[in-house]
Ligand binder design. Structure first.
Ligand code: HAM
Length: 406
């Protein structure tokens, strides 16, 4: 879990502003949901047998209720969608969210225990038009953040029927190899065989190398949906690769799946910048009406590693440097006037030499400084310094706001 000091938060703000702008252009509105939910919500949606539910959740009991600090955003947003019967108010909902998520993973560069996601969820639209639009939006967003070298991977898991058929096929294929699997995957073979495909264990990787893919058993409707997605992506000229082994580590997915990976830069091994997919069965599973849905989330720490957004250092436009006690009082009044006019100002209240105060202005990134001493007070003026242009002039006290703003 990381502290973010103000010098880093400036980059976060710049990134968050860009994300908000792009999702707004696509009709998404922000939703804010709690960071703590009942544990069974995640067990039912993310799924038993997934790494998240089996090993990574920060769970605790509060007054006999099992609670979990959210490991991801989709489950909570779906719970809110069902709880507020949003489907009765609008046929299609487009939600955006951002905030901290918590997973007790082994920390590494780009992998943290508290990390931040920005995500979108669409309810009530079966796709594949919106599926293609969402992938295109993410690629466009990344380009605006200066992340151009990305790889888009897509796959389809099929609907309920296809998923069941695939599970069977996989068990059939892997059962003779059972002894070669990791301990976790031996267990998963009976509880959640699809999750063996997520495993990073070299023993499992060897066993699944030639395993059948979903696309071998996908039914006609699911294939038509997937073909539709591909046609729309082709039309948009969004480059992508079909990755038949892409299953993603959460149980709620059906049909469209996708990941956007960064290449090179500071990312290293944790190069999956965003991932998502369709979860057409989840709203119903959590007590709502049958509602098709799709979404994605992007890891903000990883986006920051991949982008070259400059740190914009500007803490105050103006520093006021009062020379002495009487001038300090006047400085406070001038600062108040400037702030009322929308100008960020810092008063150097510690005193000291003019030189040291101007050094402070420099470190704050201020373009201007106002110097006031007894002489200026007696003459009814202040000294306005243009720090970039290395010039200065006396300005009548009454005209200071106007002079700063011009
Ligand atoms: P996810 O693939 O588990 O999907 O996470 C999405 C993104 O969050 C990842 O691609 C990665 O960038 C970031 N991320 C995940 N874990 C960590 C970590 N420990 N440290 C840093 N970044 C991390 C979901 O969470 C789904 N809820 C996405 C979704 C929304 N699917 C449908 N709707």
């Amino acid at each position: 879990m990381n502290d973010l000091l103000p010098s880093e938060v400036a980059r976060w703000h710049a990134m968050e502003e860009t994300i908000r702008e792009v999702v707004r252009l696509h009709g998404y509105r922000e939703i804010r949901v709690p960071v703590i939910e009942h544990t069974p919500l995640y067990v039912r949606s993310v799924g038993e047998g997934t790494d998240i539910v089996d090993k990574e959740m920060y769970s605790f009991t509060f007054h006999d209720e099992p609670m979990t600090v959210r490991p991801e955003g989709t489950a909570g947003v779906v719970r809110a969608y069902v709880e507020h019967a949003v489907h009765t108010k609008e046929p299609v909902s487009r939600f955006y969210y951002e905030g901290p998520m918590f997973r007790g993973e082994r920390p590494a560069r780009g992998r943290y225990r508290q990390f931040h996601q920005a995500g979108c969820e669409v309810f009530g639209d079966p796709g594949p038009v919106v599926d293609a639009e969402m992938i295109d939006m993410i690629v466009a967003l990344f380009a605006r953040l200066g992340i151009k070298d990305v790889e888009v991977l897509v796959n389809s898991l099929g609907g309920k029927g296809t998923k069941a058929k695939y599970r069977e096929k996989l068990v059939e294929y892997l059962t003779p190899e059972k002894d070669a699997l990791s301990e976790d995957s031996k267990r998963r073979l009976s509880t959640n065989p699809l999750r063996i495909l997520d495993s990073k264990d070299p023993r499992d990787q060897a066993a699944i190398k030639d395993a059948p893919s979903v696309l071998d058993v996908i039914d006609d409707d699911d294939r038509a949906h997937f073909d539709g997605l591909r046609r729309h992506l082709d039309k948009l000229q969004t480059p992508y690769t079909v990755e038949p082994r892409l299953v993603r580590g959460l149980d709620y997915y059906s049909r469209t799946l996708f990941e956007i990976r960064g290449r090179g830069g500071e990312l290293g091994a944790q190069n999956t910048l965003a991932g998502g997919g369709r979860y057409d069965g989840l709203v119903e599973e959590l007590g709502g009406p049958a509602t098709p849905a799709i979404g994605f989330a992007a890891g903000l720490e990883r986006l920051l590693l991949a982008t070259e957004l400059p740190a914009k250092k500007l803490e105050a436009d103006v520093l006021i440097a009062p020379m002495g006690e009487r001038a300090a009082g006047e400085a406070l009044v001038i600062a108040r006037e400037l702030r009322a006019a929308g100008v960020p100002v810092v008063v150097e209240g510690r005193g000291g030499s003019l030189k040291s105060m101007l050094r402070r202005a420099n470190s704050l990134g201020s373009a201007k400084a106002i110097v006031i001493g007894d002489g200026e007070l007696d003459r009814g003026v202040v000294q306005l310094k243009d720090l970039a242009g290395h010039s200065q002039k006396d300005v009548p006290r009454a005209e200071i706001v106007l002079a700063v703003k011009s």
